[in-house]
Every structure is written in structure tokens, then in C-alpha cells.
Design a binder for this molecule. Structure first.
Ligand code: NAI
Length: 319
């Protein structure tokens, strides 16, 4: 069995995303300090992680080469920021999506960290210039945006601040690869990063199609889950083009005009409210009532599917 990795990681905020990051880093063999301002959150995160890791081990889906007990021994809780970051080489911030709160935390970190540690944020929407501008250690700062749940969905978007040093991006990229995630580098910040820009493009056309009465909400979702999504789990939209003709150039020759014609018929940005919202909400609630019990059951089923898909992708050597 391999020994634990040198270097310690700090996860700030032990909620949904923080606890998942802790598991991913421990899977990679790193010591993890889980810091939070609420003791109960740390306690429940450690309990959750123990239960999850044991189940993952049973099902053969535990990440890394260390067994569950060994990985669990790498994770500890901490309620003192200074103690938590002492000796850390990487800090992953996972606090609620509030700009002022995150700025305050990075401001506190800025005062106590050395010149080597990487300061990374899980933010899904806040741009690096909003989070990090003015920090003394700005060149060590980066956004590492995961996808929920990070344990099964490995993508991480790396988004630098204009003053982030290239070595910060490279080191974060290497670390993410080492712990089994799939990092992608953005060369500059942009609203929505890449994942949410793609996601919102799909959501807005889905909304318009249902709103115009072209297709029912349930059938719209089937187009993705039984159609496009089947191949998108293995190849992206650009490779799809390449394979769906005799290469990309041939695809463009064949479909350029058709694509442009269809794209010009797309409507304006929806307001995601009113009658269409009610219609879609009702349709979604028919399958999964919007109460915690039903939503959690459906989420557990989704995570089981994602775990199966992750297994299949591993078997198929899909990356
Ligand atoms: P959450 O609400 O589940 O957890 C936040 C945690 O931060 C809580 O444990 C809370 O006690 C703690 N916290 C609050 N103030 C703190 C402070 N000053 N210092 C330390 N800890 C503090 O939030 P969640 O969903 O885990 O989101 C965390 C971050 O991850 C957000 O920036 C979010 O945008 C991002 N993210 C969330 C995704 C999701 O699907 N939930 C997906 C990708 C990124």
C-alpha cells in the first residue's frame, strides 16, 4: 500500500461540496483538515464521510489505493483557521456562494498564509477578479469549480485571475489529475465559466421549446437522457461533429447551412417565470414531488446512476 502523499490540504466549509472534496483529496492520499465555523457541520460531515467511504469500499468504488480506514484517518476537523492552514500546500474554499463572505475569508487567509500555498475557491458563479483582486497573494489564487457531486463527476474548471501565476494553474492542474479529477484550464474568466454557459444554452432552448408547446417537459428531458446525453457521457459536442461525418471539415460542409438556419430561429432569453415555469414545475413534481423526502430519494438514485456510469467509463477507458 502506498504511503500518504506529502503535503496537507485544507477544505474550508464542510457542507455538500466541502465534504465531497475532503473525500476526493483523501482518496488521492492527502491529509485533509476540514475547517468550518459550525462544529455540528464538521461532526455531521465526518459521520457522512465515514458512512460513504465504507459503502464505496463495499461496492468497489472507493477512489485511490488506500483502504477506507486509512483514508478516514487522513481527515480531521478543525475550528481554528490558523491551526488549519499551518503547513498546508493547498486550500479549497467551499463556503456559501456569497461574495462578501468569500472575500472576507480570502482576506483572512491572505494575512496568515505563506508564499507557496495555493488558495482555491469552489465558487460556481463568482469571477476571480471579484474574489481575489487586491490580495497580497493574488498570484497564488485560482477558482477550481467542481461539479456536484465531485466524487462521481470528475470535471473541475480552473479559472485564473489575470494576476494568477501560470505555475499556480499548472500546480493545481497536476494536483487535480493526481487525485483523479478531470481539470480543464480556462485562459481567462468569463461569466458562467464554460460548464454553466453550455448548461444555460441547453436550459434556455429547453424552456423555449416547452413554452412554445413543441414538446412536453417530460419528453424534452428524454431527448437529453435517452438521446444526446448518451453520447455526451463519452464524447463532447465537437468530437460528435467530427464522428458524425467524415471528419470535422466534412461535417461543416454538410451541416453548416442547416445549423445556421436553425440557430437563427432561436428565441430570446426566457425569463424563467410565469406560466411556463408553473407548467414545467408541475410536470417535474408529478414525477418527483418537491419535498425533501422525494427529492433526496431521487438524488440518491441519480448518484447511484452516476456511480454506475463512472464504473462504466473506467471499464471503457473513457476520458
Ligand atoms: P453548503 O451550504 O452546503 O456548505 C457551506 C458550508 O460553509 C457550511 O458547512 C457552513 O457552515 C460553512 N461556512 C459558512 N461560513 C463559513 C466561514 N466563514 N468559514 C468556514 N466555513 C463557513 O454549500 P455548498 O453547496 O457546499 O457550496 C459551497 C460552494 O461550492 C459554493 O461556492 C457553491 O457555489 C460551490 N459549488 C456548489 C455546487 C453545488 O451543487 N452545491 C456545485 C459546484 C460548486
Amino acid at each position: 500500500m502506498e504511503p500518504p502523499q506529502a503535503g496537507q490540504v485544507v477544505v474550508i466549509g464542510s457542507g455538500l461540496i466541502g465534504r465531497s472534496w475532503a473525500m476526493v483529496f483523501a482518496g488521492g492520499g492527502f491529509k485533509v483538515k476540514l475547517y468550518d465555523v459550525v462544529q455540528q457541520q464538521i461532526t455531521s460531515a465526518l459521520e457522512y464521510i465515514r458512512k460513504e467511504m465504507k459503502e464505496l469500499e463495499k461496492s468497489g468504488m472507493l477512489k485511490g489505493t488506500l483502504n477506507a480506514e486509512k483514508q478516514l484517518s487522513l481527515i480531521s476537523g478543525c475550528m481554528d483557521l490558523k491551526t488549519a492552514v499551518d503547513g498546508a500546500m493547498f486550500i479549497q474554499e467551499c463556503t456559501p456562494e456569497k461574495l462578501e463572505l468569500k472575500k472576507k475569508i480570502f482576506g483572512q487567509l491572505d494575512l496568515i498564509v505563506n508564499n507557496d500555498v495555493i488558495l482555491s475557491s469552489s465558487t460556481s458563479t463568482l469571477l476571480p477578479t471579484k474574489l481575489f483582486t487586491g490580495l497580497k497573494h493574488v498570484k497564488q489564487c485560482i477558482v477550481s469549480h467542481p461539479v456536484n457531486p465531485p466524487y462521481y463527476v470528475p470535471l473541475v474548471e480552473l479559472v485564473p485571475h489575470p494576476e494568477t501565476e501560470p505555475s499556480t494553474v499548472d500546480k493545481t492542474y497536476a494536483l487535480m489529475k493526481k487525485i483523479g479529477q478531470s481539470p480543464v484550464k480556462l485562459t481567462k474568466e468569463i461569466d458562467g465559466f464554460v460548464l454553466n454557459r453550455l448548461q444555460y444554452a441547453v436550459i434556455s432552448e429547453a424552456w423555449r421549446l416547452v413554452g412554445e408547446g413543441v414538446v412536453s417537459p417530460a419528453d424534452l428531458d428524454l431527448v437529453m437522457s435517452h438521446g444526446l446525453g448518451m453520447r455526451y457521457a463519452f464524447i463532447g459536442p465537437l468530437e460528435t461533429m467530427h464522428l458524425n461525418a467524415e471528419g470535422m471539415t466534412n461535417y461543416c460542409e454538410r451541416y453548416r447551412e442547416g445549423m445556421i438556419h436553425v440557430l437563427k430561429t432561436f428565441g430570446p432569453v426566457p425569463d424563467f417565470s410565469g406560466e411556463i415555469e408553473q407548467q414545467i414545475s408541475q410536470a417535474m413534481s408529478e414525477r418527483t414531488p418537491a419535498d425533501p423526502e422525494h427529492l433526496n430519494a431521487r438524488r440518491a438514485w441519480r448518484d447511484e446512476c452516476l456511480m454506475g456510469l463512472a464504473k462504466l467509463k473506467k471499464q471503457m477507458k473513457s476520458n
